[in-house]
Design a protein around this ligand. Structure first.
Ligand code: PEP
Ligand code: MN
Length: 338
């Protein structure tokens, strides 16, 4: 249920209603705009009569929300959410690039790639240390050592870093070494993991599960919000379809759909969607044109020698070309890509 106050509602009237609702067992998610205050009422409102609230003359409207997700719903929070990661804003006018290798392989590899992606315009460095590989015999990532290398390189080049968390027990290491915690496609509905990251004060990059609907994805974001963490960035990385020419099918339509349904920033990972480096640039341009707030792209100093996902990793020069062409697209729709 959403309650919209009249423009002239006084702070004491807002406080009064907060008390009334909390005393009935509801929790309140408050959204204060420049003119209007909204309450998102969370709890079982099925037996509550919304009309009863019109007794107060400071209430404009009361409406029921049909969608099962509440706090991530745009109806609860009409303005776009902007997430600040060490001074980098995700969700504003500027389209942000996050780039780096699929996995941390060595200190030298990270030292060679970080300045190159930064020079091309990436604002955040990505690299996995715990890799969710299909085969147990494939490279699994450097684990703690890799996460520490990533943290160190991020500090050295003043780039915030993002890496994927797979287990609850590694959370302390992530708190110390990364600026954004990635929840990968395979863990989008790992509800225990979502509950734990919900308790943290760290941005979470929540990837779409490869066979999940947008509603299921928003419900996963809701889990993180329900724990108190409201810094969620959604990332589409393609979904499974009947098509086999690409690794996954990039669902470009998820961008405008999410923008309508939710206030959260939306970014796109064309690398895991396409699975082939040659398609990344055009898919990136399409994502920016469709309204994505950012791109997360795999870039490797030497893709032929990459320990994972070399076939979809861009060489640094190609990443730089991609950035230039995406900047033009961003400019064409009134955004920037600085
Ligand atoms: C990744 O970003 O390294 C990754 C494994 O992505 P996804 O979870 O989208 O497959
Ligand atoms: Mn990868």
């Amino acid at each position: 249920m959403i309650i919209k106050f009249k423009e002239k509602a006084k702070p004491e009237e807002i406080a009064l209603l907060r008390d009334v609702l909390q005393n009935q067992g509801f929790s309140i998610h408050e959204s204060t705009g420049t003119l209007i205050t909204l309450f998102g009422v969370i709890g079982d409102t099925s037996k509550f009569d919304p009309n009863s609230l019109y007794v107060y003359d400071f209430i404009e409207t009361v409406l029921r929300v049909q969608e099962p997700y509440k706090q991530v719903n745009r109806k609860f929070h009409p303005e776009d959410t902007i997430i600040n990661v060490k001074g980098v804003q995700i969700g504003g006018k500027n389209v942000v690039a996050l780039a780096g290798p699929c996995a941390v392989e060595s200190l030298e590899q990270m030292q060679s790639i970080a300045p190159l992606v930064k020079a091309a315009g990436a604002k955040i460095l990505r690299a996995g240390a715990y890799k969710p590989r299909t085969s147990p015999y494939s490279f699994q990532g450097l684990g703690e050592k890799g996460l520490k290398i990533l943290g160190q390189i991020g500090r050295e080049y003043s780039l915030p870093v993002v890496s994927e968390l797979m287990s609850i027990e590694d959370i302390p290491l992530f708190i110390e070494n990364v600026d954004i915690i990635q929840i990968g496609a395979r863990n989008m509905q790992n509800f225990s993991l979502l509950k734990e990251v919900g308790k943290l004060d760290k941005p979470v990059l929540l990837k779409r599960g490869m066979a999940n609907t947008i509603e299921e994805w928003l419900m996963s974001a809701e889990y993180i919000f329900a724990g108190g963490n409201d810094k969620v960035i959604l990332c589409d990385r393609g979904i499974r379809t009947f098509e086999t020419s690409t690794r996954n099918t990039l669902d470009i339509s998820s961008i405008p759909v999410l923008k309508k349904l939710s206030h959260l920033p939306v970014i796109v990972d064309p690398s895991h969607a396409a699975g082939r480096w040659e398609f990344i640039e055009s898919m990136s341009r399409a994502a920016v044109a469709a309204g994505a707030d950012g791109l997360i792209i795999e870039v490797h100093p030497d893709p032929e020698k990459a320990l994972s996902d070399g076939q979809q990793s861009l060489k640094p020069e190609r990443f730089s070309t991609l950035m230039q062409s995406c900047r033009l697209v961003a400019g064409a729709i009134g955004r920037t890509m600085e």
